[in-house]
Design a protein around this ligand. Sequence first.
Ligand code: IPE
Ligand code: IPE
Ligand code: MG
Length: 259
Amino acid sequence: MPRWEVAFWRDRYAVLTLDLQIPRHIGIIMDGNGRWARQQRRPASYGHRAGVRAIKRVLDACETLGVKMLSIYAFSTENWSRPRAEVRALMRLFHETMQREIDEMHRRGVRIVVSGRRDELSPRMRERIEEAMTRTAANKNGVLNVCLNYGGRAEIVDAVKRLVADGVEVGQVDEASIASRLYNPDLPDPDLIIRTAGERRVSNFLLWQSAYSEMLVTETLWPDFDMDDLKTALADYASRVRRFGGRPEDEEAAQAAVR
Ligand code: IPE
Ligand code: IPE
Ligand code: MG
């Protein structure tokens, strides 16, 4: 067996036995629904429906593997520029899915939060969101953060507006005062951000929070993403050294020398 394959299976086995560092919070840029649908000569909305099934699979996988928080990029502030029929189909799908899945999410003890500019969504969508967030607010088993009409720049603009509205003095403006005014200040920054379908860009996702996230791009199209893809991503994550701008290997050496 070639050496890389040995390493791959070793990592894979380690994930299976949970003998490694599991990210607390994963962000996913769920891309590739359109390409998946096109491959089957179907409209984009067909791909988006398959994308919802993938979300359910990944939620199951997260529960099994012990990932407690998941942020999913469902609709960006730029996605309004898509054909009207696609936008309408997507909004209908979000509404329907939220209505259908809420009981199950609640039963599993998952807290649902929605990040994004809610005032630009329809009143009936806002109602569903309020209901989902209120009903699941006290749940403790995990968090599903649905980024809907979300833009990282819009989020920072909205935080700065609140800062100004709160009358914060120039001298008082720091990272903490901005971070505490983001949409979900209680969520820790994502440890790992996965983008499906091969594009190597951030597309306005969690700009502030991803400052030190590990990034992983997979060629798998979102509707095909499954437990195995997630395990592979976790094995990759576990092999990384997070430095946060420091020199952790020197600190380890210094500690070893003291010992
Ligand atoms: C991602 O899939 C889903 C949304 C943006 C809502 P796309 O629809 O962007 O899929 P591609 O990039 O066209 O394949
Ligand atoms: C990012 O995908 C947005 C979501 C997954 C919701 P896009 O398909 O909109 O990103 P670009 O246009 O390829 O950058
Ligand atoms: Mg896309």
